[in-house]
Write a protein that binds this ligand. Sequence first.
Ligand SMILES: Cc1cc2nc3c(=O)[nH]c(=O)nc-3n(C[C@H](O)[C@H](O)[C@H](O)COP(=O)(O)O)c2cc1C
Length: 363
Amino acid sequence: MNKMAHQLDATLQQILDLARWAPSGDNTQPWRFEVLDQRRLVVHGHDTRDHCVYDLDGHPSQMSIGALLETMAIAASTFALEMRSMRHTDTPDNRPTLSIEFLPSPSLPADPLADAIMTRSVQRRALSRRALTATEKSALTSALPDGYRVRWLEGGERLAAARLMFGNAKLRLTMPEAHRVHASIIEWNARYSEDRIPDQALGADAMTTRLMRWVMQDWKRVQFFNTWLAGTLAPRLQMDLIPALACAAHFVLVAERKPQRMDDYIAAGRAMQRFWLTATAQGLQLQPELTPLIFSRYVREERVFSATPGMQQRAERLSRQGAALLGQADWEAAVFMGRIGAGEAAQSRSLRRPLRDLLLPAQ
Ligand SMILES: Cc1cc2nc3c(=O)[nH]c(=O)nc-3n(C[C@H](O)[C@H](O)[C@H](O)COP(=O)(O)O)c2cc1C
């Protein structure tokens, strides 16, 4: 066991133990903790942009780090500790690093969202189509800090969002750059996974999952299936179209100021986590749908993300669809998107690396 784990202050240990349940894209958990003393630590973040086509400029990883910070602050409030954080501006962009300090604050109320930290989990399967109630919507809207608002996509717009997700899935499933990511982040034959996504949490039925496992071992098989056997159809129906229709609504979190710098994405991640924890506290389930926003930004900035002909054009079509749905300005200022609705909690989910594996020796 890491030497630090023996010396860890009991309160700090409990805070970090809860904070590590923050969500991260593909369950990468792009954070390590360097504990300095009982109430201070440094969060060493990283991103996966060099090998993950979705982690454009490391922004999704930065949002995950934002989620971690928010979770840490909520956990600390249950000990009447106020969290202060300061980002080190001298570390490289792909290594977000933050100094964290917890200060005694006897009048600080415990944040009730703390109860939802461990039960919050992504649900990729069908949800109830019951519309969100006014109370649920108002709880979700008021969960957001200043500078963010929600756009709900319901009724006919839910259908348009489902079309967008179906097209987006085709892009993801026919692109070798995305295949490489999927092959490395899925843990096969698993209900739980500490460091990846278990295949049973993906939302496909058992037979389709078995077939996907076999096909995905080799990109040539994927191409053959896609070309001759409509290979993307069953996974896209089960993991994208049906869930996108079977939900109360899709939602988009829009920033008042278009996000640009790392701090904007960290702040967006904090807002995302408050929204998601509030959904959990309301008994609702949620699934992020971030990839249409990511591919739209590739398109907007004229950046090539695939060596395969036709992919860029497909992404351009999706980007136009998204802009038609939300209006160009909101589509460009969108920081997070997903589907939401009442439903059962996921039976299969990602777990987390043990805290001792996340601790770094003091430098
Ligand atoms: C920034 C971010 C982006 C994500 N994007 C997606 C996504 O596009 N589709 C999806 O199904 N899940 C997405 N997720 C969910 C993660 O895969 C999930 O949170 C992670 O595997 C941990 O699982 P848990 O949330 O059940 O604890 C995203 C999560 C974060 C934080």
